[in-house]
Design a protein around this ligand. Sequence first.
Ligand code: PMP
Length: 432
Amino acid sequence: MAPSYQKSRAMFEEAQHYIPGGVNSPVRAFKSVGTTPPFIARANGSRIWDVDGNEYIDYVCSWGPLILGHRHPAVIHAIQRCLERGTTYGAPTDLELTLAQMVCEALPSVEMVRMVNSGTEATMSALRLARAYTGRNKIVKFEGCYHGHHDSLLIKAGSGCLTHGVPTSPGVPEDIAGSTINARYNDMELLEKIFSEAGNDIAGIIVEPLAGNMGVVPPANGFLEGLRELCNKHGALLIFDEVITGFRLSYGGAQAYYNVMPDLTCLGKIIGGGLPVGAYGGSREIMQMVSPAGPVYQAGTLSGNPLAMSAGIATLEQLQQPGVYQELDRRSALLAQGMAQAARAAGVPVSLNRVQSLQCSFFTKHPVTDFASASTSNTNDYATFFRSMLEQGIYLAPAQFEAAFISTAHTDNDIERTVEAAFNAFKAVAEG
Ligand code: PMP
C-alpha cells in the first residue's frame, strides 16, 4: 500500500502561508524532486517518523551533524544534565573551554578556536579575519562549493543554490560579489592564472577540502597541496571549510585525512552534536587578532551555548572510541557497493563518489570531479529515484547535489534494506 502523506501535505500547505516556501531552509521544500516534504515528528537511531506515522531510514541525518544518529544516549544525557543547570548565561563556562580544548587537540592546524552559532557565521568570520590579517580584500572560492549564505560567498555556490539555480543571489551588492573570484575545483592551472594576475590582492582561498555541496567530489591528487603552495607563495591564507568534513572524514577532519594544513578552519555540524553551532580556528598568531584579544570584531549572544557545547563534547567523546571511523567506512562501503550493483542491474548509468561516511550517486556516466561534471547528472532521474526510495521508507537528500550521510546508528540490516529499495528505485528510473 502506498504511504499516506495527508497530514504532512496539510501542514505544508498551511506553512506556506506563514513561512516563505513553507520551510526555514530551501532544500527542505523538496522542490527539485517534484514532491512535498514529510513533516517529521520524531527520530531515533537511524530512523525518523513523520506526522502520518511513516517510518524512514534517514541518510540526511540533519545534513551531517548526527554522525551518531538520532538521540544517541550519551548526547541526550549530556543535554539533559546541562539543562538542569540552565539554558544560557551569556557568560563563560567550563563547557566552552572543554570543547575548545578538544577541537584544538583534534585538529592539527588549530591552536585557538572561537565558537559561533552556524557554519555561515564561521565562514563569514574567517573571511573577515583573513582580510584583516593580510590587509587584502579578494577571496577565491570554487564553483559548486557552498560555505553558507553571507554576501561574500553566495556566489556560484553549491547545495540549495545549485538546486534552485541561484548563481548569485539578488541582494548581494555588486562590489561585494566583485571581491569574490570563482575558480574550478580540482583545476590548478586556472588557479595559477588567477594568482598570477591578482595574487597581491588575494586575502585567501576558501575551499571545502572534500566538496560536499555539489554531491560528493573528492580533491584530486595534489590539489590541496597545490592550494597550500600557492597560498604560501603569494602570502594568502588557506581556509578549509570543514563544516561537513570536520570530525567526519577522521577525528582530525579532512586536514588530518589528507595531511594538508590550512591557516584557518571553519567548523559546524558535528561539533554541535545536533544543536546550533559553528566555530573557526587557526594558529595562535592569527586568532589573537579576534576581539577582545585583537581588533577584528565578532560576537554572539548565544555563542558557546552550554547545551550545544554539551552535545558537542558528548559527540566528540563517542568519536574518540577506537574503531569508530573504520566501522563508519565499512558500512558506507557496503552501501556504495550495493547502490552500484543495483544501478548496474537496472542498467542506469551512475557515477558513485565516496569518501569515508559521505557518498553520492550521480545520475551520469561521467566521472564527477568538479561542478561541470556534476552538472551532467540527470536530475529528473534523481527525482524519480528519490520518490521511489521515499515511498519505500528510505529518506535521502531531496536533491542530487547533496551527500548521503552514514551514521554509527546505521546497521548492516538498514543498509541491506536500503539496497533492496534501490533495486526497485533504479528499475523505476530505467522504466522512465
Ligand atoms: N559550509 C559548508 C561546507 C556547509 O556544508 C554548510 C551548510 N551545509 C555551511 C558552510 C553553512 O552552515 P550553516 O547552514 O550551519 O550556516
